[in-house]
Design a protein around this ligand. Structure first.
Ligand code: URA
Length: 275
């Protein structure tokens, strides 16, 4: 029996093989059959490289021709541009359009959707996550996957929901980055720095009473503090508002025992809202 038939015959082996691919970063099936995109048709294959002497005699017209001047491309400071665009936005709709028109953040090219926000603008609580994942990218709304379902359950336990219709019962949700980052690990600091002016303006326009930062990326981006495990549950201050750091629901899915701490933090949030 070969490896492939072993895997097909055994449920656990199949699951292990699937998880191994997820670990490698493969999270979407595009085609049933593998396609070698390096295998170009003959017509578009580049001509074989010639040795320099052969190449020189084969292209006499190219000799003595001055290379075309490369035009000077004006340098832009993406952070300054983001700041200017964000400052001009006078409503959440204008801010969404400004982010949509911002072309300097590379991750935008790999994303299907701009994931701007969810829930009720003006809610007392703003939940700030890191970046959309595969599911959020597909659906165009934040916290749409398993972590989002857990987050909904957690919020419901203290009488809050993204479907809430009043500012006391609803939450507003957004992320530090509005586009999915492909690959693994935390978003790169340059992308976070570039998008920070937008999130500052976003918070200003949504005007929450308190901000809950979910995980390390929004904690550091807003407060400059590192280490969510130590910071969680302690009220901090950023952008003139109280900030409560909490463990990210993704990490609660990986480490369910940590839900105990998350529950304490939810109670701290509930107590603050009832003051
Ligand atoms: N994780 C986040 O931080 N944000 C999302 O929107 C989804 C998962």
């Amino acid at each position: 029996m070969g490896i492939a038939s072993d895997i097909l015959a055994d449920w656990h082996a199949s699951q292990a093989a699937l998880l191994w691919q997820v670990d490698l970063g493969i999270d979407e099936w595009l085609l049933d059959e593998a396609l070698n995109r390096y295998d170009l048709p003959e017509a578009v294959k580049p001509a074989p490289m010639l040795a320099p002497a052969v190449a020189a005699s084969a292209a006499p017209v190219a000799r003595g021709v001055a290379p075309l001047p490369v035009p000077d491309v004006p340098k832009v400071d993406p952070v300054a541009e983001a700041r200017a665009l964000a400052a001009r936005a006078n409503s959440l709709d204008e801010l969404r359009a400004a982010i949509g028109a911002f072309e300097h953040c590379e991750i935008k090219r790999g994303a299907r959707n701009l994931v701007f926000s969810g829930g009720l603008p003006g809610a007392r609580v703003l939940i700030l996550g890191e970046a959309p994942g595969a599911e959020e990218d597909r659906e165009g709304r934040p916290f749409a996957g398993r972590a989002g379902q857990l987050l909904d359950d957690m919020l419901e336990a203290i009488g809050l929901s993204r479907e809430g219709t009043t500012k006391d019962t609803a939450v507003y949700l957004t992320n530090i980055l509005p586009w999915r980052c492909l690959g693994y690990g935390e978003p790169v600091p340059d992308d976070v720095a570039m998008m920070r002016p937008f999130i500052e303006r976003h918070i200003e326009l949504a005007a929450p009473e308190v901000i809950v930062v979910m995980g390390n990326t929004p904690l550091f981006a807003l407060t400059g503090t590192r280490g969510i495990a130590r910071a969680r549950g302690q009220w901090l201050q950023a952008l003139g508002r109280p900030v409560l750091p909490m463990l990210h629901p993704d990490s609660l899915l990986r480490t369910p025992i940590a839900k105990r701490e998350a529950w304490q933090d939810l109670l701290a949030l509930e107590a603050r809202l009832s003051q």
